[in-house]
Design a protein around this ligand. Structure first.
Ligand code: FAD
Length: 405
């Protein structure tokens, strides 16, 4: 005989724990299932171990989705201030780091303990580690077939996240269940991920691994095609040269907007119109080109750019034709490069795409055509920028589903 609960939440990560706690504190009987040995591993490793748990500025404009307005309702019903109030209630010391990003002073483990305590306050039952074999729709409610015995319930909440970092337990479970129930999926792809480059045009940049600098980066050239091309990314953040290509916050951010085969455009000196500056200095400055650029850029980068653009390092600025300086200025202020690919799900912080938001109610996260079936968190086609936005989506979508089940 199947055990009976009001709600089964599958996936005890950020969204699942929030949803279970909220539903249970409303008096629902809730069981939270996860297949992993260790709970909430992504919260644990997040923010370099200090969990960037929200962003005080989180707004729909910070999210990517085929329907950019879908997240509006949940984000306004459960705000960063609401989560912050919870963090304060548990006396978790925290600080704002950069652009509204809030981090724990000590450890992301504190956020996990807080969510566990919220679940305990509602007497949530746990089944971990536990594999779910299937979900079947009954006349009223569902039958969940899982290790430890079948469970009958009124509502099932799928909170199994995306495909990023498979080695800590990411699966395509959410997409499979959506497909089983006839719901559409926006094709998943890695987001917030380093981009890779190869071929002869990249060779000059390989020795630059380790160099970091603040840049402006954008996508959305006229050539961009396909789903998501309408959303254009533009960020001012740090860029890092790596052995395989480019990383750092600027690249992670733009990677979510990047469409394969299209360029990203980098302004390596956003404060300056380099061509105008060089042409203006020509008559008064006697320096060599390498020394001129090294005033503004890391020396190795300055040299790499000169070599890649056909300049000898000891060429004198005064001898350079204006047209050549303009070309160099373009290469620095509008460096357009086409990534070969990305580091993939192995390194991606998030998964773009997922359950199509047109299938879900934005007020409750319930599937429009399957009464009682909910999808929350990263499984859904809503993906935040780097900087605490993805957890805010997990909390907000978990909260609205937990308030509705
Ligand atoms: P998850 O937290 O991934 O939880 C999904 C749960 O489902 C897991 O516990 C998993 O074990 C379980 N599960 C999966 N498949 C099954 C299955 N078949 N059966 C049962 N259980 C299953 N975001 C931020 O906002 N700030 C940060 O600082 C930040 N840092 C990050 C750092 C890294 C390295 C990574 C990878 C991500 C980071 N993120 C950050 C993103 C953030 O972690 C995710 O967006 C967020 O965890 C998504 O929450 P979720 O509950 O939807 O999914």
């Amino acid at each position: 005989m199947a055990k009976q609960y009001d709600v089964v939440v599958i996936g005890a990560g950020a969204a699942g724990m929030m949803c279970a706690a909220v539903a249970a504190q409303r008096g629902k009987s809730v069981v939270l299932i996860d297949h992993a040995e260790r709970l909430a591993e992504k919260i644990r490793i997040s923010g370099g171990g200090r969990c960037n748990f929200t962003n005080v500025n989180a707004a729909p404009a910070n999210f990517l989705s085929q329907n950019p307005n879908f997240c509006r309702s949940a984000l306004s019903r459960y705000t960063p201030q609401d989560f912050l109030a919870l963090v304060k209630k548990y006396r978790i010391a925290h600080h704002e780091k950069h652009k509204g990003q809030l981090f724990c002073d000590d450890s992301s483990e504190q956020i996990i303990q807080m969510l566990r305590a919220e679940c305990a306050a509602g007497e949530v039952s746990w089944r971990t580690p536990c594999k779910v074999a299937g979900i079947e729709k009954l006349e009223t409610g569902f039958l969940v077939t899982a290790e430890g015995g079948d469970i009958a319930c009124e509502s099932v909440v799928i909170a199994t996240g995306g495909l990023s970092i498979p080695k800590i337990g990411a699966t395509d479970f959410g997409y499979r269940i959506a497909t089983q129930f006839g719901l559409g999926i926006v094709e998943p792809r890695p987001g917030l991920v380093p981009l890779t480059f190869d071929g002869p045009s990249w060779e000059a940049f390989v020795p630059l691994a380790g160099i970091a600098l603040e840049v402006e980066v954008s996508t959305g050239s006229a050539k961009a095609k396909g789903k998501g091309a309408a959303q254009r990314g533009h960020f001012r953040e740090d860029l890092l040269f790596t052995h395989r290509g480019l990383s750092g916050p600027a690249i992670l951010q733009i990677s979510s907007y990047w469409q394969p085969g299209t360029p990203i455009v980098i302004d390596l000196l956003p404060e300056m119109d380099v061509a105008e500056e060089l042409i203006g200095m020509k008559s008064t400055v006697k320096k060599q080109m390498g020394n001129v650029l090294a005033q503004w850029l890391p020396t190795r980068l300055a040299e790499g750019l000169l070599l890649a653009n056909g300049f000898a390092l000891d060429a004198r600025l005064a001898d350079m034709p204006d047209a050549k300086l303009r070309k160099l200025g373009d290469a620095i202020n509008r460096w357009a490069i086409v990534p070969t690919g990305s580091e993939g799900y192995r390194k991606a912080e998030v998964t773009l795409g997922g359950v199509d938001t047109r299938e879900l109610s934005q007020q409750t996260m319930m599937a429009n055509k399957v009464q009682g079936l909910y999808f929350i968190g990263e499984t859904v086609d809503v993906t935040g920028w780097l900087g605490g936005y993805n957890f805010q989506w997990a909390w907000a979508s978990g909260y609205v589903a937990g308030s509705s089940v």
